[in-house]
Design a protein around this ligand. Structure first.
Ligand code: ZN
Length: 431
């Protein structure tokens, strides 16, 4: 564990900290801890004295003392929409912008994410393929960006959810061609709309959007081409279809039905939940998506029927998530940043809500690191501080292992070995 990677027996940088949590399941934080870095990679991590001893014969290295900070791997946010504006009505704005304007916005949003501690992000749906440019490490370094993974326009039936992103495809052959098109453009994953969505009037969130054979065609072709397949699922049948087709990650995992008044209501579907848990498919619940839409009513007592309904639905959402994790479903962090009132600098809020729903602190942190890396296909390279992994590390004043709220205040960020944020309060020098 603490041994220097034999291929990189040198270190340029030794970062010492009050504590280092590695993101390796079951491993206690090293306190005080240290991380040795060579180039873009971690070469050693462990208790401070141990790492210093290992570096005794190394050539000169620079020492960065963060003795008041708690370090952990940078956060991975597996579901964002970098080209959207996170405003109170994002769709008309989106439709009014050309592709270049959206790309420029995406650069700014991606940087905002990095500066708040998200060192790896996956775009889960944008128009066109401009974001593929942001996958280039040289572009990332030049613009101070996180690692960016992209999925291009979501594959959706004609008139389906987010069809205005340009990803309409129908039929087994049609959706297969859509996957090949995305592979050609250079994406990391394909996103498929297994149900309708609330942002797209005329679609039905409570019903499957594709026939099973179409869904299977997408997943099979994606896997054949080495791409991850993720499915947007807002109803039980959609979840079950997606799981049966072998998707890598179920987004939202909501079990919507309609009540007598025609409103979408959240239910818990124990059969679908069991199938999801047994398959071991990752789930990105996006609990924090649209959280701020209820800021004005949350905590109020004197509410109208509509607001009461919305608050009840929020409680229901957390309750469903609690039941899913009790079944052993593996959640990962994704915020849907970019959609209505869902900003790019609040990855931590998703962790806070998972914690509130009863997921233990270490499990929440792993959902943002180790497990998220698994969901993205980046295990070993991201989400852990270990020899050979990318040196993507964040530091907090409070201890995230004692409460994930600490991540609301990330004051130090290292991205591939380069310090890109240092907001520590500098001690006043004594004369
Ligand atoms: Zn989304």
């Amino acid at each position: 564990m603490y041994t220097l990677d034999p291929d990189h027996a040198m270190a340029e940088l030794l970062v010492t900290a009050r504590s280092v949590w590695t993101g390796i399941p079951g491993q206690r934080p090293f306190a005080p801890g240290a991380v040795a870095i060579e180039g873009t990679k971690v070469v050693a991590v462990g208790p401070l004295a141990e790492v210093e001893r290992q570096l005794a014969f190394s050539r000169l290295y620079r020492r960065v003392q963060l003795d008041d900070l708690y370090l952990m791997p940078g956060l991975l946010n597996t579901h964002v929409h970098l080209t959207m504006n996170a405003g109170d009505d994002p769709v008309p704005d989106y439709l009014s912008r050309d592709d270049l304007a959206l790309l420029l916005r995406a650069v700014g949003n991606a940087r905002t994410m990095l500066l708040s501690g998200a060192t790896t992000v996956r775009d889960c749906g944008s128009r066109g393929y401009g974001l593929v440019l942001l996958r280039d490490p040289a572009v990332q370094a030049q613009h101070t960006l996180p690692e960016v993974l992209v999925s291009g326009p979501p594959i959706t039936p004609t008139g389906g959810h987010l069809h205005w992103m340009g990803g309409e495809a129908d039929g087994v052959e049609g959706v297969r061609a859509a996957v090949r098109q995305r592979a050609k453009a250079g994406v990391d994953a394909v996103k498929i709309m297994a149900t309708g969505g609330q942002m797209t009037p005329g679609t039905r969130p409570e019903a499957p959007a594709y026939r099973l054979a179409e869904l299977r065609s997408v997943v099979t072709e994606a896997h054949r081409l080495g791409l991850r397949a993720v499915a947007h699922c807002l109803c039980a049948e959609g979840v079950v279809d997606a799981v049966r087709c072998g998707v890598d990650c179920v987004e939202h995992a909501v079990f919507f039905t309609r009540d007598r008044e025609g409103r979408l209501v959240r239910e818990y579907d124990s059969t679908a939940a069991r199938i999801l848990a047994d398959a071991g498919t990752y789930v990105t619940p996006c609990l924090s998506a649209g959280y701020h839409r209820l800021d004005a009513v949350r905590g109020c007592t004197d509410l109208g029927a509509d607001d009461r309904f919305r608050l009840e639905q929020e409680e229901k959402m957390l309750d469903c998530f609690t039941k899913l994790i009790r079944l052993g479903v593996q959640p990962v962090i994704g915020t849907d940043a970019g959609v209505t009132l869902t900003p790019f600098d609040e990855t931590y809020l998703e962790l806070v809500l998972m914690s509130r729903a009863g997921l233990g602190t270490e499990e929440v942190l792993l959902a943002a690191t180790y497990h998220a890396a698994g969901a993205l296909g980046l295990r070993g390279r991201k989400g852990e501080i270990r020899a050979g992994a990318d040196a993507d590390i964040i530091g907090c004043v409070a201890d995230p292992c004692a409460g994930v709220e600490a991540l609301a205040d990330v004051v130090w960020v290292m991205r591939r070995g380069e310090i890109v944020v240092d907001r520590r309060k500098k001690a006043v020098d004594q004369p």
